[in-house]
Ligand binder design. Structure first.
Ligand code: GAR
Length: 214
């Protein structure tokens, strides 16, 4: 069984969705860059291995990332799932885990990278919004897209209602993408996310089925 690590910074609802999905692998650790996060408490209460690598204890981004990478490898983590992990990772870290490092972002990338995506979507007046699971590359929020899920933007939406609608989709597609990654059914090849089979749930609606990709 592949070993995976989940990195969080706060609430950890995506981490919970990943754990509750019983992924085909071993959770080698839930690691937070902040102590006292709700997500860490949730994981510890379920006897999952947890750790804190507090970014404030390091003088530079590079030294924090090096310690984080060491912690992941000490635990035998082969795959790294970012789940609301709010630190920008250095190129060195990203290259160390290339093809084994994925993130969920609360927008339909490449629209609305960075923070405050739901407010940005409302301000832009888009009619469709959503989330993206992607391989992480050195450029922020721009790695190869594994899967996306879309939701309508309603006239009555606030940041809160839109965020909740997107989050519900995050909790569906992230476990599906992580499962495919761990089983080797989805991989990074020549700068693209490639799905190797057709055994994909209908909820991965916006994935281009094999055979129809150009
Ligand atoms: C999620 O919406 C996730 O997509 C987003 O933070 C939230 C974390 O919630 N991630 C990013 O914005 C990364 N740039 P969670 O802690 O409950 O999973």
């Amino acid at each position: 069984m592949k070993r995976y690590v989940i990195l969080i910074s706060g609430r950890g609802s995506n981490m919970q969705a990943l754990i509750e999905a019983r992924l085909p692998g071993v959770c080698a650790g839930v690691i937070s860059n902040r102590p006292d996060t709700a997500g860490l408490a949730w994981a510890a209460a379920r006897s999952l291995p947890t750790a804190v690598v507090d970014h404030r204890a390091f003088p530079s981004r590079a030294s924090f990332d090096a310690a984080l990478a060491d912690e992941i490898e000490r635990r035998g983590g082969e795959f790294v799932l970012l789940a609301g992990f709010m630190r920008v990772l250095t190129e060195s870290f990203v290259r160390r885990f290339s093809g084994r490092l994925v993130n969920i972002h609360p927008s339909l990338l490449p629209a609305f990278p960075g923070l405050h995506t739901h407010a940005a979507a409302l301000a832009a007046g888009v009619r469709v919004h959503g989330c993206t699971v992607h391989f992480v590359t050195p450029a922020l929020d721009s790695g190869p897209i594994i899967v996306q899920a879309a939701v309508p933007v309603l006239p009555s939406d606030t940041v809160e209602t839109l965020a909740a609608r997107v989050l519900a989709q995050e909790h569906i597609v992230y476990p599906q993408a992580a499962c495919a990654l761990l089983e080797g059914r989805c991989l990074l090849a020549q700068g693209r996310a490639v799905w190797c089979d057709e055994a994909t749930p209908a909820t991965l609606a916006l994935r281009v089925p094999a055979g129809q990709a150009h």
